[in-house]
Design a binder for this molecule. Structure first.
Ligand code: NAD
Length: 503
């Protein structure tokens, strides 16, 4: 089995070309620097050292990419769905073939542990396969005959799409947005997060090697306030698929207003895991730990608030603390590592600031609550106990390996606490009382809920949040509702009476 030294050696090989050439844009099938030749530095959160330079795009780069996507649209739209299916499967094959390269680069660029990134790379391939298989039927509609008309519905791709992605699991999230867009027949301009640009470039290379026509998928790197903004304001971009913070989503909505942009938002979360005394507590403990401390806690669906029934709280929290203290923090390239560094110095400062907030609010820090090591943006996995739901540590998305625990007396209080946040992405409920589970999930304000389970994605099911956690759903056919327009065609089946004016 590969170890840290193997991974370091392989990574050095994979990064060599990025160190030399930087991460360029890719427009109409060509690698290109930013129009004004500007670039920025991309450093690794593991050792804080420079990895490569990255094209810093402006409105002019976005213009060029949007024009390329517009010009490529008619041919891609009109291509037979079966042909698109073939290309998308070839992309999935390409991802599988380069999965280790993707996983190692992602580890170094984001700080995410290899054990999770190796799976995330393959999930990216599954996303392509899933939507590849749906491509041939994407346009299918219904026939809704009336007495005088044969009413037909069809679906047509909406046009060039802007895809804006965040830095947490950036590879997997990019595939999750781009695969359905391509399957629907849309063309794409992708702006990846400035903090993690490398695997977006690898993904696009794979796509073009797999036979994707030039211009169907374009890449502009850069910052949200210029490249991202220009994309959301561009008149040729018909819709924006965005994953990121809730406040950025609200800015994008404003920016897109003049061009009446269709938007799809996957935003933040402060998701409750609710554990009742009658639950299988061993499994609940495993799941609660996994859902907040995997992926460095930089996970929109993380269970960042533990609501725990009073009668079992002391024992559960003490077992939790014991396990949290044993989580293996270290170099994400090491297959044994469970927790890597946070993405950036800025994010390290944000997450660490909550250690002081917790103290000043009167919560207990039962595990962690400090930096780990000297170099890199590591924090220890952290557990806040005895919190109250109105504290900032219970209300704000910390987006790190930090769990806030709150006690409840009964089901009614648990539900009140669970819903008393601005977010509503996921919820996790642990009870062996099925009636209670059904009652509770019915009232829980979240787009996705799991009972007696951690988050297990099934691609045909809808993914998305309510309240400040998002607008719209992905997955299954729901993705096509966003990337396609419904069209109605009414065909007269006889000579019905047409109202006559001026006769
Ligand atoms: P972010 O909102 O800061 O940035 C996301 C992307 O938006 C980046 O590419 C950024 O450059 C771009 N951007 C920033 N300002 C912009 C603007 N004005 N116009 C256009 N684009 C702009 O988010 P982040 O810090 O990169 O990611 C973390 C956030 O993402 C967390 O809140 C997390 O919960 C959320 N997230 C949600 C989901 C989900 O499925 N709901 C999944 C992953 C991450």
């Amino acid at each position: 089995m590969a170890d840290l030294a193997d991974h370091e050696q392989k990574l050095a090989g994979y990064l060599k070309r990025f160190r030399q050439d930087g991460v360029m844009n890719h427009i109409a099938g060509e690698n290109c620097p930013a129009v004004f030749g500007e670039s920025f530095n991309n450093a690794s959160p593991v050792d804080e050292e420079h990895i490569c330079s990255v094209a810093k795009s402006s409105k002019d780069d976005v213009d060029a990419a949007a024009i390329a996507a517009k010009e490529a649209f008619p041919a891609w739209r009109d291509m037979d769905g079966a042909a698109r299916k073939k290309v998308l499967h070839a992309i999935a094959d390409g991802i599988v073939a380069r999965a280790e390269e993707i996983a190692l680069c992602e580890c170094w660029d984001t700080g995410q542990a290899f054990r999770f990134m190796s799976k995330a790379a393959l999930r990216g391939a599954e996303n392509f396969r899933f939507f590849a298989d749906k491509a041939p039927a994407a346009r299918d509609g219904q026939s809704l005959p009336s007495a005088t008309l044969m009413n037909l519905t069809t679906r047509v791709p909406i046009g060039p799409i802007g895809v804006i992605t965040p830095w947490n699991t950036p590879f997997m999230l990019s595939t999750w947005k781009i695969a359905p867009a391509l399957a629907a027949g849309c063309t794409v301009v992708h702006k990846p997060a400035e903090l993690s640009p490398i695997t977006a470039k690898i993904l696009l290379e794979i796509a073009e090697e797999a036979g994707l026509p030039k211009g169907v998928w374009n890449l502009v790197n850069g910052f949200g306030e210029d490249a991202g903004r220009a994309l959301t304001e561009h008149p040729d971009i018909k819709a924006i698929a965005f994953v990121g913070e809730s406040k950025t989503g609200s800015m994008i909505m404003k920016q897109g207003a003049d061009t009446l942009k269709r938007v799809h938002f996957e935003l933040g979360g402060k998701n409750p895991v609710v554990v009742f005394a009658d639950a299988d507590l061993d499994r609940a403990l495993d799941a609660a730990i996994f859902m907040i401390y995997s992926l460095n806690g930089e996970r929109c669906t993380s269970s960042s608030r533990l609501l725990i029934e009073d009668s079992i709280a002391d024992e559960f929290i003490s077992r939790l603390a014991e396990r949290v203290n044993k989580i293996k923090v270290g170099n994400p390239l090491d297959p044994k590592t469970e927790l890597g560094p946070l993405i950036s110095d800025g994010h390290f400062d944000k997450v660490s600031s909550y250690f002081d907030v917790a103290k000043s609010e009167g919560a207990q820090i039962t595990a962690g609550g400090e930096r780990h090591g000297e170099k890199g943006f590591f924090v220890k996995p952290t557990l806040f106990a005895e919190a109250k739901n109105d504290m900032r540590i219970a209300q704000e998305e910390i987006f790190g390996p930090v769990l806030t625990t709150i006690r409840f007396k009964d089901e009614e209080e648990a539900l009140k606490l669970a819903n008393d946040v601005q977010y509503g992405l996921t919820g996790y409920v642990w009870t062996n009382d099925l009636t209670r589970a059904m009652r509770f999930t019915e009232k829980l304000e979240a787009g996705m809920i799991w009972v007696n389970s951690e988050n297990v994605r099934h691609l045909p099911t809808p993914f998305g949040g309510v309240k400040a956690s998002g607008i719209g759903r992905d997955g299954g056919d729901w993705s096509f509702e966003f990337y396609m327009e419904q069209k109605h065609i009414g065909l007269a089946t006889g000579y019905h009476k047409i109202p006559q004016l001026g006769v």
